[in-house]
Design a binder for this molecule. Structure first.
Ligand code: FNR
Length: 390
């Protein structure tokens, strides 16, 4: 990773990679690896960045573009940018109340926020404390149907507009660093414990005063004595449903009357099947390179998926978006918008809500500048924009 020399001043940070570098310095090693790492050899994680780099933009000149339009409709509602914050679990390991801080940042910037099933704040807390939030909920299929039904009822009560079912994580990806950093679940190695002591700012921002976070959304389904980080890990180990299949998705489609998006598509036949089931959208994703190592980058498979379903359902893409120009490339290849995972997580780790807003602002500024330089009046014009493949 490139090193930057702007100190810790958020206002001087120029890019998402620079935010990442700041986060790396601020976070203890085990948290940084959790945030930035991928599965096994990180082949997919690497491909996510590399395949965006292999796409070139060919500008048209003398078009006189002044203020390109950045806003669009995502999941039926206006969004100031063609992006939403992706669902990510255990966010409070990066900074206390990180889900709330991300929800506030998203709302301040006029974009949707997607809360993970394994969030550290409960969905009720998010809606109570950020009443204007455009809240989406990500669902992991859980073995206990009562738990799943209760999650759906809670989401309905809160008028969550969009549900994302994640299908690419029925078992946890092989994240070797996670096992390497712990002697056993929740028990860091001595080396990592010492490393934590070398990060007092993180301890103050994160551990104080409540210690390691537990699962806000799921705690109520655990016995009181297990409502902690270890209990949560145990619970999830037992609850993730490896039998998740198309029938389960069809049942969910019948059960959930709001918008339903399948997150975990990398093959056009799966996109077509989701469309046939009446889904409202898909996320073309490899989970940020954290699940099946060797799976293709999302951007490399997007064109065939778009050819199969473009215009008939919403296509979102994630995995590797770090620049406004990445959003341009994704939309040129058929996406209606993107999700960003680590980009805003780097921000929240470094500067809380202000840091997450900074990440969104950087992406917005880069997107605007790219559109002007391309000679494009707005994101609505990007579909079909010619790209060069290196
Ligand atoms: C994730 N992701 C994820 N996805 C999901 O459906 N439920 C979850 O709980 C999580 N948790 C999670 C934690 C962390 C630390 C990361 C980095 C990612 C995947 C996420 O939604 C998204 O697909 C990727 O983050 C997109 O890749 P980028 O933007 O991080 O490159």
């Amino acid at each position: 990773m490139r090193r930057y020399h702007t100190g810790n001043d958020l206002a001087r940070v120029q890019s998402i990679p620079e935010l990442a570098d700041l986060a790396r310095r601020l976070l203890p090693h085990f948290v940084w690896e959790y945030l930035a790492g991928g599965a096994e050899e990180e082949i997919t994680l690497t491909a996510n960045g590399r395949d965006f780099e292999r796409l070139g933009l060919c500008p048209r000149t003398l078009r006189g573009v002044h203020s390109p339009q950045l806003d669009t409709i995502l999941s039926g509602r206006p969004s100031a940018l063609p992006l939403a914050i992706a669902p990510t679990g255990y966010n409070a390991m990066l900074r206390r109340d990180a889900d709330l801080l991300l929800a506030r940042a998203a709302t301040a910037k006029g974009v949707p926020f997607c809360l993970s099933t394994v969030s550290t704040s409960a969905m009720e807390q998010i809606v109570e404390q950020v009443p204007d939030v455009n809240l989406w909920l990500q669902l992991y299929c859980l073995r206990d149907p009562k738990v799943q039904e209760d999650l759906l009822k809670r989401a309905e009560r809160l008028q969550v507009s969009t549900l994302l079912l994640t299908s690419d994580a029925t078992v946890l990806g092989n994240r070797e660093w996670d096992r390497r950093n712990f002697v056993r679940p929740q028990q860091l190695t001595l080396r990592n414990k010492l490393d934590v002591l070398g990060h007092p700012r993180w301890m103050l921002n994160t551990l104080w005063p409540r210690g390691m976070p537990s699962l806000g959304n799921l705690n109520r389904y655990l016995p009181r004595e297990a409502q902690n980080a270890a209990g949560a890990q145990n619970f999830l180990g037992n609850q993730m449903d490896t039998a998740l299949d198309w029938q389960a998705l069809a049942r969910l489609r019948e059960r959930w009357s709001g918008l339903l998006i399948l997150k975990g598509v990398l093959h056009p036949a799966d996109a077509e099947r989701a469309l046939a089931l009446g889904l409202d959208g898909i996320v073309v994703t490899n989970h940020g390179g954290r699940q099946l190592d060797g799976s293709p980058s999302s951007i490399s498979v997007l064109p065939t998926i778009a050819a199969a379903v473009k215009g008939r359902m919403q296509i979102l893409l994630d995995s590797g978006v770090r620049r406004g120009s990445d959003i341009v490339k994704a939309m040129a290849l058929g996406a209606d918008g993107v999700l960003v995972g680590r980009a805003t997580l780097f921000g929240v780790a470094v500067g809380g809500q202000a840091g997450a807003q900074k990440a969104l602002q950087l992406l917005a500024d880069e997107l605007r500048r790219s559109l002007i330089l391309l000679g494009c009046e707005g994101v609505g014009e990007l579909a079909g924009q010619e790209l060069i493949r290196y």
